[in-house]
Design a protein around this ligand. Structure first.
Ligand SMILES: Cc1ncc(COP(=O)(O)O)c(C=O)c1O
Length: 382
């Protein structure tokens, strides 16, 4: 079976892990953690990085850092991986789901703007000016764009909308390490960005995440909250409810090695993407995900649309090509079906029904790429 997306482990991973094991620095203290944080932040062009156990907890902490609580809304796209929405719901806040763009599958900014124009009002108090949803009376606290599949939407426009409506941005950039818009890295447009390093991501620590920010206070508090909110190095004194969300040194060691080879990994992903775009162009009724002007995606997971998605999915999986359907839209899941969903034609439903992801590992060989393309062509010729 040609796997969907597996990590490429070809650098100093074992050397650094062995170093942790032989020196005994396997837990959450250790120099690889700091090194990994610095490497990720520096690569992305952020001032600070705080490592955590995975992207999901990073997104959870990001909510807490911005003061997201049960009495506010957070805006998120309707097509995303469940963790985006879970992170909002952990705080008790209510998501506002926005349908996605039919071509690039990112949050539809026309719908976002329409929602904010028609359904919210600005109120000013001593604490500042904030947007409130007119139907629920709740403050709309933040927008959480998701760089779906490493692609990246019109960030310039999103920033302008956020500013106009006094909303902060938390970027779910879990899939987008290495993606840029107008030369600026995913994860650095908002107040906080979060990367994931789980097994299927562009690089992996097995499981892991890094929160990035330019705000020193946010970074300090992120570290504090992810390490049980302990205030004294010696005494067990804690000043708020904290979390044991810290990444351990062994995993950070893998991360350091993965970051060292990241430029080659990114090149390999782009090559894979270019191969598919060249050889699948015009095959059957395949439609590629559109790349917005200004975006330079990391090409994390190659995904396309076809009206015969379910048939193709079965065919590929039965013929040695591991393939996956896309995420079920959030509004279709029981936990979110009662949340506000802003849409015109429910584009999410058709993106979901038609989209399929195919093998995209950075280490995929030319022969494997050719096999995938040949198998897809075989399917359409039947
Ligand atoms: C869009 C999105 N958000 C959040 C996550 C959560 O990251 P993690 O698996 O590291 O918890 C992932 C990845 O799994 C993701 O793809």
């Amino acid at each position: 079976m040609i796997p969907l997306s597996i990590p490429k482990i070809e650098g100093n991973e074992s050397k650094y892990v062995l170093d942790c094991l032989t020196t005994g620095w396997i837990s959450s203290a250790g120099s690889y953690v700091t090194q990994f944080e610095e490497m990720v932040a520096e690569y992305a062009g952020a001032k600070y990085g705080v490592a955590c156990m995975n992207g999901t907890v990073g997104l959870h902490i990001a909510q807490i850092l911005l003061g997201v609580t049960a009495d506010v809304h957070v805006i998120a796209p309707n097509i995303t991986f469940i963790a985006t929405l879970n992170a909002i719901k952990y705080t008790g806040a209510q998501p506002i789901l926005i349908d996605v763009d039919a071509d690039n599958w990112q949050m539809d900014l026309d719908l976002l703007e329409k929602y904010l124009q028609e359904n919210t009002e600005l109120k000013t108090s001593n604490n500042g000016t904030f947007s409130f949803d007119k139907s629920t009376g709740k403050r709309v606290r933040a927008i959480m764009p998701v760089h779906v599949l490493g692609n990246i939407g019109d960030m310039k426009r999103l920033l302008a909308i956020a500013e106009q409506y006094h909303l902060d941005i938390i970027e779910d950039s879990t899939e987008a390490l290495g993606s840029t818009y107008d030369g600026k890295h995913a994860g650095t447009f908002g107040k906080i960005g979060v990367f994931s390093f789980n097994g299927n991501k562009i690089i992996s620590t097995g499981g892991g995440g890094v929160i990035v920010t330019d705000d020193e206070e946010i970074a300090k508090r992120a570290k504090h909250l992810t390490t049980q909110a302990k205030v004294s190095a010696m005494d067990y004194i804690h000043d708020e409810i904290g979390y044991n969300y810290r990444l351990v040194n062994v995993l950070a060691a893998i991360g350091v090695a993965q970051m060292e080879t990241f430029p080659e990994t990114l090149k390999a992903k782009k090559k894979m993407d270019a191969f598919y775009r060249e050889h699948l162009n015009g095959v059957g009724d395949i439609q590629f995900q559109e790349i917005p002007e200004g975006a330079d995606p990391n090409c994390w997971l190659f995904t396309f649309s076809t009206s015969r998605m379910r048939e193709l999915l079965d065919y590929l999986n039965q013929n040695g090509v591991q393939s996956r359907p896309f995420w079920m839209p959030m509004n279709q899941l029981a936990m979110f079906k009662d949340d506000i969903y802003i849409n015109k034609n429910d584009v999410s439903a058709s993106v979901y029904e038609n989209s399929i992801s195919i093998p995209s590992s950075a280490g995929i060989t030319k022969e494997q790429l050719e096999t995938v393309v040949r198998t897809i062509k075989e399917f359409y010729s039947k």
